[in-house]
Design a protein around this ligand. Structure first.
Ligand SMILES: Cc1ncc(COP(=O)(O)O)c(C=O)c1O
Length: 387
């Protein structure tokens, strides 16, 4: 009998994903695009097997597989599959599982690229989407059409307002496949699969790789489902580079300590901003007055490294950006540098004004991704800019 307790996700981040290592502590980068077979039978076997690791790099690659194994361990999944970007992951999942005539239910507060994918190419190919306010209990289940809805996609916490979707409710939906975009939480902030959700996905470009030097995506779930997605993914071709996989795996090794510090600083800055005269609202799931604070405490291990806030009428976004010394004006999240963006002119710029208003994105809304600088230095930078 195995009496050892299951390792925590923080420990898995260090120990998992080492199959390609031989005896090296750091995972080697397998640059080869193709492998030779010892004989014709083995060549035929590789060409027809599922997820071969040493055949052709679009089918699988040992460095990429090491990263996938590590993410699977952190997400408590049977398997994971990596992609060249978060959008590569999402579009592959979508087109692997849905056909013309199928229906998708999606949370309307989401990354604008997700909306663009569903309203654009998916709609053009005959896959329709119902957008719901997924913060309302029961909203997703009510929108599911029996026999027609193939996929439910929910982002929690959402970009950029940090709204939550109830993971237990999502996990109890039967019929369609359920997918959670957990990018804002990272694998250490919540575990959607343990609550019955079918698939969890991340833009690994963000907190997982964590250094603003990689573009990757990943999806995790039951092996059979991941194999199905792989079967389409090989044709779709959003394959990650082994160099990026190595960097993402290196980032994952330190995710726990980076994330803990970033989450603590984000909560501290959210609390301080809430009392600031130039700020009219602060959105962060760890604030006691966040409308879903109880849900956040129940389903999240950490509240995340992002917050957003509304500037008062006396403060213009371009004015404060010019006054920052530390905080940079950039459109990503989860890296070591604290960065700020105005969602209405960047991440959500291609939505119409009405579409943005409907989901609560105003021109005065600012998103802050909190990095690894000292929280007091960050606060000084914010205070001077907002003064
Ligand atoms: C929540 C969320 N999901 C998906 C994506 C897409 O990821 P990528 O840029 O790696 O394609 C992003 C990108 O910002 C995101 O914020």
């Amino acid at each position: 009998m195995n009496e050892r307790p299951r390792h925590t996700a923080a420990t898995e981040a260090i120990s998992a994903g080492r199959i390609a290592n031989d005896r090296a502590l750091s995972t080697p980068i397998w640059t080869s695009a193709v492998w030779e077979a010892p004989d014709a039978d083995e060549a035929a076997r590789q060409a027809t097997s599922v997820r071969p690791e040493r055949f052709y790099s679009r089918y699988g690659n040992p460095t990429v597989r090491a990263f996938e194994d590590a993410v699977a361990a952190l997400e408590r999944a049977e398997a994971a599959l990596a992609f060249g970007s978060g959008m590569g992951a999402l579009s592959t999942v979508l087109f692997a599982l849905c056909s013309a005539g199928d229906h998708v239910v999606a949370s309307r507060n989401c990354y604008a690229g997700t909306k663009a994918l569903l309203d654009g190419p998916a709609a053009r190919l005959g896959i329709s989407t119902t957008w719901v306010d997924a913060t309302r209990p029961g909203a997703i289940s009510e929108a599911v059409e029996s026999g027609r809805t193939m996929l439910v996609i929910a982002e929690t916490p959402s970009n950029p307002l940090l709204d939550l979707v109830d993971l237990d409710e999502l996990g109890s939906i039967t019929g369609p496949f359920t997918v959670v975009d957990s990018t804002f939480a990272t694998p250490l902030g919540q575990c959607p699969l343990e609550r019955g959700v079918d698939l969890v996905m991340h833009s690994a470009t963000k907190g997982i790789a964590g250094h603003n030097d990689v573009t990757m995506g990943v999806v995790a779930g039951e092996r059979e489902l991941i194999d199905t997605i792989w079967g389409y993914g090989v044709i779709h071709g959003a394959t990650p580079s082994p160099f990026d996989a190595m960097l993402a795996l290196r980032g994952l090794r330190t995710l726990d300590v980076r994330h803990e510090r970033q989450c603590n600083s984000a909560l501290e800055l959210a609390r301080r901003l809430r009392g600031h005269a130039s700020v009219t609202a602060v959105h962060h799931p760890g604030l006691e007055d966040h409308p879903q604070f109880d849900m956040a405490r129940e389903q999240m291990a950490r509240f995340g490294s992002l917050l957003s806030f509304e500037l008062g009428p006396q403060c213009g976004y371009s004015d404060i950006v010019e006054r920052f010394e530390l905080i940079r004006c950039a459109t990503s999240l989860g890296g070591p540098e604290t960065i700020m963006c105005q969602p209405s002119s960047t991440t959500h710029a291609h939505l119409s004004h009405d579409e943005r208003s409907e989901i609560g994105i105003t021109d005065s809304l600012i998103r802050l991704s909190v990095g690894l600088e000292s929280v007091d230095d960050l606060w000084a930078d914010l205070e001077i800019a907002l003064r």
